[in-house]
Design a protein around this ligand. Structure first.
Ligand SMILES: *Cc1c(COP(=O)(O)O)cnc(C)c1O
Length: 435
């Protein structure tokens, strides 16, 4: 029976679903997709009842595991009273309370919350906030943005403009704006030189810059590329010194993924704008928030035409807000920070061991992120996919970033399951390297 269901769903999918980030010819010809029926904790279960450990937390959102009981309960309870209403000049309890609760745990000075739908919109909000602020507060020249080589800030056109991963930006050049680019250390470039380049860039163009936008500590989509904290601190100081805002895109890193509540904390950086999504609503409904300082907020007061005429239909959705409140409570009540502190060294050790295998290198880890590279082929390289296939046969769902094999498991994954995951990834690497 279930075999029939699987075949039916795959046939419908292959007839009609256009998959994100997927070469569809290859998918239609070669891919035997996982058909997921349910999920709980760190596990996905397919329509045939086979279980897979979710090594990437459903694209970095299931930080508290799938269907965390407190989140599910909050969603159910909210559904019984208010599923949605608009947020333009009216309000509701989940949005009002969540905004206050977010500000209470946010980096110092972030006291205003603008809600939207997902990571990309959280970044669009940040771009427009910073741009409009300068336009109407005496610095109309400040129209430019600074971002890092290899940055990923989402897929809407503003966010795409900030992006520095060519696979995601290449074709969209005609419709995106030009960004000042800071190099990211790699082969041949040291972090010292990158910071020098950033300082030189701000010296040359500082008066034209609206904001620096940065993924603090870790560039996720670029392949889990990590920065030393002193580089991040120096970069943000250079931006501030030039009079630019600092926008921290913590859509991936926020809420303990890196071990700290905010990755910015690891570098002692206090941003002017903080973008949150992904783990904020814990793998339930799309939800995002952009936090800003009182200074930014004040720049929109006064005459009516100084207002921020911007919004998304579902912004502040009560279901998302209620779940996010439950998630913030769970992070605190379940000592997620302590859990990460205990498990992170195991991830780091496992990936360091994997990097000893021939053909594997560049081990790196931070909090509940571990990664190695199988080459330097970038996002379109295929080596990682061989590891992914070997992992699937072992009951692990592992999606690579090109040649980068990484894990970002739920932060609260039980110790035993983390062992199964790390051993399974290592075995999968060995097998893929043999073939
Ligand atoms: C995923 C991601 C985004 C985009 O979020 P979406 O919800 O996919 O729009 C933006 N910034 C970073 C750092 C991300 O990892």
């Amino acid at each position: 029976m279930t075999e029939g269901l699987r075949e039916e769903l795959v046939a419908l999918d292959k007839r009609h679903v256009w998959h994100p980030y997927t070469p569809m010819d290859r998918y239609l010809a070669e891919t035997d997709p996982l058909v997921v029926a349910s999920a709980e904790g760190a596990w996905l279960t397919d329509v045939d009842g086979r279980r897979y450990l979710d090594a990437n937390s459903a694209w970095w959102v299931a930080s508290l595991g799938h269907r965390h009981p407190a989140l599910v309960a909050a969603l159910r309870a909210q559904l019984d009273t208010l599923a949605h209403c608009a947020l333009a000049g009216i309000t509701h309890e989940p949005a009002a309370r969540l905004a206050a609760e977010l500000c209470a745990v946010a980096p110092a000075g972030l006291q205003r919350v603008f809600f939207s739908d997902d990571g990309s919109t959280a970044l669009e909000v940040a771009i427009k906030l910073c741009g409009q602020f300068h336009a109407q507060n005496g610095a109309p020249r400040r129209t430019r943005f600074v971002a890092l080589d290899g940055a990923f800030h989402g897929e809407t056109l503003g966010a795409t403009s900030l992006g520095g991963v060519s696979a995601f930006t290449r074709v969209f050049g005609p419709w995106t704006f030009d960004v000042l680019r800071v190099p990211h250390a790699g082969d041949g470039t040291s972090w010292e030189r990158c910071l020098d380049a950033a300082r030189a860039l701000f010296r040359a163009h500082g008066d034209d810059v609206a904001a620096l936008v940065v993924e603090p500590m870790v560039q996720g989509a670029a392949g889990m590329r990590m920065q030393p904290p002193w580089f991040l601190r120096g970069l943000c100081e250079a931006a501030r010194h030039a009079g630019a805002f600092v926008v921290a895109d913590e859509v991936f890193t926020g809420l303990y993924r890196t071990g700290a509540r905010w990755a910015c904390d690891l570098a002692g950086v206090v941003p002017d704008v903080l973008c949150l999504a992904k783990a904020l609503s814990g793998a339930t409904v799309p939800f995002a928030a952009t936090l800003a300082t009182e200074r930014l907020f004040d720049g929109f007061r006064g005459a009516d035409d100084r207002a921020f005429f911007y919004g998304h239909t579902y912004c502040g959705n009560p279901l998302g807000a209620a779940v996010a409140r439950a998630a913030l409570r769970a992070y605190a009540d379940e000592d997620v920070a302590g859990q990460v502190a205990r498990k992170a060294p195991r991830i780091a050790a496992a990936f360091a061991r994997m990097a000893e295998l021939p053909g594997v290198g560049n081990a790196r880890a931070l909090g509940m992120i571990g990664a190695v590279d199988l080459g330097a082929g970038g996002y379109l390289a295929r080596r990682g996919w061989r590891v992914s296939e070997a992992a699937r046969a072992r009951g692990i769902y592992l999606r690579p970033l090109g040649d980068t094999v990484y894990v970002t498991p739920p932060l609260n994954i039980p110790d035993g399951e983390l062992t199964v995951l790390l051993d399974g990834v290592e075995d999968s690497l060995r097998e893929a390297l043999r073939s």
